[in-house]
Design a protein around this ligand. Structure first.
Ligand SMILES: NC(=O)c1ccc[n+]([C@@H]2O[C@H](COP(=O)([O-])OP(=O)(O)OC[C@H]3O[C@@H](n4cnc5c(N)ncnc54)[C@H](O)[C@@H]3O)[C@@H](O)[C@H]2O)c1
Length: 459
C-alpha cells in the first residue's frame, strides 16, 4: 500500500525534496506544511513565484502541485491523515545559553515533535530530514512515545511512533538534479522488527526512482553523525584549498594549477578543490559547529579544535579579501565605490544565509566604502540581511551597478558573469579600475588587456 506522506517545514529542503518524492510516487499523497503562511502562499502561487529558487524546481512543482503534492498551513489535519511524517524544520546554531554559538537550536524541532504527538491519531513513522545532532532521534522517540504504558492507558494503547533518520545530502543550486540522481540515500533506523519494517517503508519511497544499491541503511545514530561528518569533510576541503591559496599569493604560485594537479590523484578527486571566498550557506558552518560542540561534549577537545580550525580558516578568507583590496587600493577604501557582483552564497540560488558576500559587505562598510550590490536572484535577501547598514545600493543591472565604481568584486560565480561586456564595464568605471575575481571565473588575461588591475584568489 502506498502510504501518504506529510512533511513539516516547507523550506529549501522540505519543498524541493517533497516535490521530487511526489513526482516519482504518483500513487502517494504528499502534503508539505509550514507555520509560515506567506511561504505556503508562495508555494501555492498561481504564477509559481516559489519561495525557493532552484533550476528545474518550478517545472517539477508545476507537474505535481494539485495532483498529489499539496502545500498547507493546516498542520493538524495533515498530520492526522498521513502515515509517514518527514520533519524538515530549521535547526540553526543556538545563540543563547548553553552551547551558544555552537550547538543546534532544537526549539523548532522539539515543537514539531510535540505537534506530531498532539495531532496524531494512529501509528506513524517519523523521519528526520533536518540535520540534527547525534542522538536527537532518541530524544524525539522519548517525547513521542512517552505515554505508551506510562499515561492513563495500558502499554501500547497510544499511537506508536517509529523514528528514522534520513538526512538530506542535496546541495542548493543543484537540488533537483541531486534529488533525481543522488549519489546515495541514507536511512537510519532501529534494529527491532518495527524499526526494520519502518526502514523498508522509507526505502520504498526512494526505490521508486533510485537504484536499491544506492539506498544505504544503517542505525539511527550513525545516520545522524554521517550527515555532520559529510558536511565537515566538504567544508574542510574548501578551507584546505583556501589555506593553500593564501600561500600561493605569497609565493607566486597559482592555486588553480595546484588544485588541478592535486585533483588528478584518484585518492583525492577533483571536486570541491576550487579556491574562493570561502563557504557559505545555511549548513556547513552550522554543521561543523555542531560537530565541534559534540566533540567538546564528549571531552574530545583536540578533535573539537581541529574542526574549529575549518571555520576559522573560512572567516580568515573573507578578511583576507578585504585586506588585500585595501592594500592594493592605496590603503584606503573610504568613500570609494565598491560594487559586489553577486551576493548569493553560490550560483543558481537566491539563498544568502552565511554568504561570504555578507561578511565582505560588512567589512567594507567598516572601511566607509560606498557599497553597491548586484545579483540576479538574491537582492531581496541581501536587502533584508543588510537592513541595518545605511547607504547600500541594490542594482540588478550589472553595468549600472558598476558605473563609476573604483572596484568590482565578483563574489558569486553566476554563469553569465564571464560573458558580460567587461570593456563596457571598464569604460564606465573610475580609474584605476580594479576587479577582484574571488571566484577565479573571469578571463584574467582579457581583463588585463582591457586595462583592469586584476586581483584573484590564490594568484
Ligand atoms: N538548505 C540545504 O541545502 C540543506 C541541505 C541538507 C540538510 N538541510 C537541513 O534541513 C533542515 C531545514 O533546512 P532548510 O534550509 O530547509 O530551512 P528553512 O529555514 O528554509 O525551512 C524550514 C521551515 O520550517 C518551518 N518550521 C519551523 N518550525 C515549524 C513548526 N513547528 N511547524 C511547521 N513548520 C515549521 C519554517 O517556517 C521554515 O519554513 C535543516 O536542519 C538543515 O540543516 C538543509
Amino acid at each position: 500500500m502506498n502510504k501518504d506522506i506529510v512533511c513539516i517545514g516547507a523550506g529549501y529542503i522540505g519543498g524541493p525534496t517533497m516535490a521530487v518524492i511526489a513526482l516519482k510516487n504518483p500513487g502517494r499523497k504528499v502534503t508539505v506544511v509550514d507555520i509560515d503562511k506567506e511561504r505556503i502562499d508562495r508555494w501555492n502561487s498561481p504564477d509559481f513565484n516559489l519561495p525557493v529558487y532552484e533550476p528545474g524546481l518550478k517545472e517539477v512543482v508545476a507537474a505535481v502541485r494539485g495532483r498529489n503534492l499539496f502545500f498547507s498551513t493546516d498542520i493538524e489535519k495533515a498530520v492526522a491523515e498521513c502515515d509517514i511524517v518527514f520533519v524538515g524544520v530549521n535547526t540553526p546554531t543556538k545563540m543563547f545559553g548553553r552551547g551558544a554559538g555552537r550547538a543546534s537550536d532544537l526549539q523548532y524541532w522539539e515543537a514539531t515533535a510535540r505537534e506530531i504527538k498532539r495531532f496524531a491519531k494512529g501509528d506513524k513513522i517519523v523521519i528526520e530530514k533536518s540535520t540534527l545532532p547525534v542522538r536527537t532521534a532518541a530524544a524525539m522517540d522519548a517525547i513521542l512515545n512517552d505515554e505508551r504504558g506510562t499515561g492513563s492507558g495500558e502499554l501500547g494503547t497510544g499511537p506508536k511512533f517509529t523514528v528514522l533518520s534520513n538526512p538530506e545530502f542535496l546541495a542548493e543550486g543543484t537540488a533537483i538534479k541531486d534529488l533525481l540522481e543522488p549519489d546515495r540515500v541514507l536511512i537510519g533506523g532501529p534494529s527491532d522488527e518495527t524499526g526494520r519494517k519502518a526502514v523498508e517503508e522509507a526505502v520504498e519511497i526512494y526505490a521508486a526512482w533510485v537504484e536499491r544499491e544506492k539506498i544505504l541503511t544503517t542505525d539511527v545514530w550513525s545516520a545522524e553523525l554521517t550527515k555532520l561528518a559529510a558536511n565537515a569533510f566538504l567544508a574542510q576541503r574548501v578551507s584546505s584549498i583556501n589555506a593553500i591559496a593564501g600561500l600561493c599569493e605569497a609565493t607566486g604560485a597559482d592555486v588553480d594549477r595546484v588544485a588541478r594537479v592535486i585533483g588528478f590523484d584518484s585518492r583525492i578527486g577533483s571536486k570541491f578543490l576550487k579556491a574562493g571566498p570561502g563557504f557559505g550557506g545555511s549548513c556547513f558552518k552550522k554543521d561543523v559547529l555542531n560537530l565541534v560542540y559534540l566533540c567538546e561534549t564528549y571531552g574530545l577537545h583536540t578533535a573539537a579544535e581541529y574542526w574549529m580550525g575549518v571555520i576559522r580558516m573560512n572567516e580568515h578568507q573573507q578578511e583576507r579579501i578585504v585586506s588585500r583590496l585595501f592594500r592594493e587600493m592605496f590603503n584606503t577604501l573610504a568613500n570609494k565605490k565598491i560594487t559586489l557582483l553577486g551576493f548569493a552564497f553560490k550560483a543558481d540560488t537566491g539563498d544568502t544565509r552565511e554568504t561570504p558576500a555578507g561578511v565582505v559587505a560588512r567589512l567594507l562598510a567598516d572601511e566607509h566604502a560606498n557599497i553597491t550590490i548586484s545579483d540576479p536572484k538574491a537582492l531581496d535577501n541581501a536587502k533584508r540581511d543588510l537592513a541595518d547598514l545605511d547607504g547600500i545600493k541594490y542594482v540588478p543591472d550589472e553595468y549600472e551597478a558598476a558605473k563609476g565604481a573604483d572596484a568590482v568584486v565578483v563574489m558569486t560565480d553566476w554563469r553569465h558573469y564571464p560573458s558580460l561586456d567587461w570593456r563596457r564595464i571598464f569604460d564606465g568605471m573610475r580609474k584605476p579600475a580594479f576587479v577582484f575575481d574571488t571566484r577565479n571565473c573571469l578571463d584574467r588575461d582579457a581583463l588585463l588587456k582591457t586595462g583592469f588591475r586584476v586581483l584573484n584568489i590564490g594568484k
